[in-house]
Design a protein around this ligand. Structure first.
Ligand code: NI
Length: 182
């Protein structure tokens, strides 16, 4: 396995419409998925899409650690998961604003609106179908990663650019606010 180099915003591979994976069980796809899992854990991150490692293919890996689950009662931790050739359906009209970062946009985060409730479906390298409903942070991660397959980065989903900043500054501001209660 290997830690892969991550493409940063500005590289054209991140703006492409990605191609379906012809053979999800092919040795090179299995290797890519294993390397992407390792790269995601090493970063550390909660998701990584193939174009972020210079492969314009419709697949991504993600996870929802227990500590990242939102207050949504239907949100839940998710193990390391790969979705190859996924489909995504937004359920209902409910939208939520939440913080997002991206391994291709280091040091920054922003408040981004996303659907609260989704359904998704894909396959893994063994051809098993993965089909889940997702809410809250779980739904957010999958929408963020799915967007990468269509060349969409989270700033392109933003509606209020006041909530876009460097982690260092946002963390400092939050700490000051907690201290003063202001
Ligand atoms: Ni991303």
């Amino acid at each position: 396995m290997a830690i892969l180099k991550i493409a940063r915003m500005g590289h054209p591979v991140l703006l492409r419409q990605c191609e379906p994976v012809a053979e999800p069980g092919a040795p090179e796809i299995r290797r890519l998925v294993a390397d992407m899992m390792e790269t995601m854990e090493d970063a550390p991150g909660v998701g990584l899409a193939a174009p972020q490692v210079y492969q314009p293919l419709r697949l991504f890996v993600f996870r929802v650690p227990g500590g990242r689950v939102s207050s949504d009662p239907q949100d839940a931790p998710q193990p390391n998961t790969v979705l190859i050739n996924p489909t995504l359906e937004l359920v209902g009209d409910e939208r939520e604003i939440g913080w997002e970062g991206c391994l291709s946009i280091p040091d920054l985060r922003a408040a981004v609106p996303r659907a609260r409730h989704i359904r998704y479906r894909g396959v893994d390298c063994d051809g098993n179908v993965i089909e889940r409903e997702a809410f809250g942070f779980h739904a957010r991660v999958v929408q963020h990663e799915y967007d990468h397959l269509d060349g969409i980065l989270y700033p392109m989903r933003m509606t209020d650019f006041r909530y876009f900043g460097f982690n260092e500054e946002l963390n400092r501001a939050a700490a000051t606010q907690a201290q003063t209660g202001a």
